[in-house]
Design a protein around this ligand. Structure first.
Ligand SMILES: Nc1ncnc2c1ncn2[C@@H]1O[C@H](COP(=O)(O)OP(=O)(O)O)[C@@H](O)[C@H]1O
Ligand SMILES: [Mg+2]
Length: 279
């Protein structure tokens, strides 16, 4: 996280105050590694959504600065449009994102803005619709869809733009098990292509097993930032911020097995091995 050239975002002394004088973030200094899977954690009201909206340029820091790819985020309209193409944002509530009359138009809208070419837009839209298996619902209004289908349409519309970063604010909210699995299959595939994924979630086990880095916010401040296995195996720290320990860590604590600090178990398989060695 210290390697500057490798950082996609750099936040320096970032604070944000809402118009009602509520300071949602105070003095945040973090660098986010390009290509990482990042968990943004904290209890309700900690400042997660505000931080995500700042990264995407929807909000502008009250104080401090945010660099994306070594350039200060500029909030002029044209620059923001370019930023939104590179930094996709999956809203927690899909209805806040869906604006077009049909699924097809939802996806083609951004592409037309990007390419300004009807043939290319049509080709890319059809590719995305087929890739996300949306053919059957392409002429439906997004508002006639189930929550899981809406989420997939939102994700498809974002990915159509081929962004560098995908920010997902509580992506699993309103999703059933199968839709959630599918969403994470897509996110994993994108990460393997080098994209940076930032998710906020209350699913601590998923954050522990799926992400590389964790940013922990508490009462508008940065409480910790580091390797996920290190931050989330620190039970004392998690208790202070009212977040439960991941099941893997709780089990080791219950069994009185020391957690190897240099290499805590990340998966259930690692856990089984560690329990076996300590039998
Ligand atoms: N639109 C808003 N206007 C005023 N205050 C807000 C607004 N959105 C969020 N806040 C406040 O900012 C703080 C951080 O909120 P938020 O970033 O939504 O937290 P989280 O996503 O971690 O639950 C909270 O105290 C919340 O009440
Ligand atoms: Mg939130």
């Amino acid at each position: 996280m210290a390697d500057r050239a490798n950082n996609i975002f750099e936040l320096r002394e970032v604070s944000y105050c809402y118009p009602n004088d509520e300071w949602a973030l105070k003095n945040i200094n973090i660098s986010i590694t390009r290509g990482a899977k990042v968990a943004l954690l904290g209890e309700n009201g900690a400042g997660k959504s505000t931080l995500m909206l700042l990264l995407n340029g929807i909000l502008k820091p009250t104080n401090g600065s945010i660099q994306f790819e070594n350039e200060l985020i500029c909030h002029r309209r044209k620059a923001l449009r370019k930023l939104h193409q590179k930094v996709g944002f999956l809203f927690p509530n899909s209805d806040d994102q869906l604006i077009a009359p049909t699924v097809y138009e939802e996806i083609s809208f951004g592409l037309m803005n990007l390419y300004k070419d009807e043939n290319l837009t049509r080709k890319k839209t059809e590719e995305i619709i087929s890739h996300f298996d949306l053919k059957q619902i392409q002429h439906k209004s997004p508002h006639q869809l189930s929550s899981g289908q809406k989420k997939m349409v939102c994700l498809a519309a974002i990915l159509a733009m081929e962004p560098e970063v995908i920010i997902c604010d509580e992506p699993a909210s309103h999703l059933d098990y199968k839709s959630e699995q599918l969403l994470f299959v897509h996110l994993d595939r994108l990460n393997k292509m080098g994209k940076t994924i930032i998710i906020s979630t209350h699913n601590i086990d998923q954050a522990y097993e799926w992400t590389d880095e964790t940013i922990l916010l508490h009462q508008s401040q940065l409480k910790a930032h580091g390797k996920t296995t290190e931050v989330l195996s620190n039970s004392k720290l998690l208790k202070e911020v009212n977040i439960p320990s991941p099941t893997i860590i709780s089990l080791l604590n219950e069994l009185n097995i020391d957690i190897p600090t240099n290499n805590p178990p990340k998966t259930k398989k690692d856990l089984a091995q560690l329990i076996y060695l300590n039998r």
